[in-house]
Design a protein around this ligand. Structure first.
Ligand code: ADP
Length: 283
């Protein structure tokens, strides 16, 4: 009996010891957890600060682009006007070489004006200063207008421009901005395709529209699929056709403003398909 009591006492002592150990461990763990929590909170604060800094940097960039482009527009327009005046038949006649040089000045100034205008557009879209004018839009007249205006750009006889007739249904969006995006994509298709076709098609899928621009052009390597949406990026081998590298970033901005996405599927040698996906109900 006594021996049993002694054993129990020893057991009890051991149990208490274990308890103390567990309590100490618990305390230590709680402290560590608290320290980790404090670390996480500090990290969150740092993240918040960093994203505020990023936002401020991006806003400064847009403001800088907008100001510079705006300031450049007047002198560049003046150069183009003066060039036109010099080349005018009513002015003193120019020598052959002078005419060539004036023409060079004019075409460079026109390229610069395009760049300045595109930069301004992009800066405006990035700073969120574009006001949406959302209404029920019938795609048929939008497509009809694109068919008409892009015919002038589709000058290669080996390339056919096909604007399919869209289904008779409407979607809530900004007609002007949507037109700009599709014109931009069709323009690119026509610019980069040497033979075959460039096709615009509208498909209704459940609660969204897929507007696709497909071409039989050179195609784009998978590793460049995101890069071509970066400002000023032009894929190797495509720079000779001209352009600024600002069209696609601008188009993607506009589509985002419209509540949709702009995606690319393409492979070198197999053409490209740019897909604008828009919710039927609008932005
Ligand atoms: P830009 O056409 O003025 O060069 P974009 O931003 O519109 O600028 O396009 C960026 C680049 O993406 C182009 O320079 C070209 O390399 C590539 N690209 C765009 N559209 C196509 C296309 N349909 N087929 C092949 N490459 C394309």
């Amino acid at each position: 009996m006594r021996q049993q009591r002694d054993e129990l006492a020893v057991l009890n002592e051991e149990l208490q010891e274990t308890n103390r150990g567990v309590l100490a461990l618990y305390g230590q763990l709680s402290e560590e957890l608290e320290a980790t929590n404090r670390g996480v909170v500090a990290l969150y604060a740092e993240l918040d600060e960093k994203s505020a800094q990023l936002r401020a940097a991006s806003e400064s960039k847009s403001r800088f682009l907008a100001n510079v482009s705006h300031e450049l527009r007047a002198p560049v327009t003046a150069i183009i006007g003066l060039g036109r005046l010099l080349a005018d038949s009513a002015s003193d006649p120019l020598t052959g070489e002078q005419s060539q040089q004036v023409e060079l000045i004019r075409s460079s100034a026109t390229d610069l004006l395009t760049l300045v205008n595109e930069l301004l557009d992009l800066a405006k879209a990035e700073s969120g200063r574009i006001e949406l004018n959302v209404a029920e839009v019938d795609l048929r007249p939008v497509f009809g207008q694109l068919r008409g205006t892009l015919r002038a750009v589709a000058t290669r006889p080996e390339v056919k421009l096909v604007v399919e007739e869209p289904p008779a249904a409407t979607l809530r969006t900004d007609e002007v901005l949507l037109g700009q995006v599709l014109r931009n994509l069709l323009h690119n298709g026509l610019k980069f395709t040497e033979r075959g076709e460039v096709r615009l098609r509208a498909l209704r899928r459940d609660d969204h529209w897929a507007l696709t621009v497909t071409d039989t052009g050179p195609g784009i390597a998978p590793e460049l699929h995101e890069r071509i949406f970066e400002e000023f990026y032009q894929a190797p081998g495509t720079t000779r056709v001209g352009g600024t590298g600002l069209g696609l970033p601008y188009a993607r901005r506009l589509v985002t403003l419209l509540g949709g996405t702009l995606e690319l599927t393409s492979e070198p040698g197999r053409g490209s398909t740019f897909t604008v996906t828009l919710p039927v109900g609008g932005a």
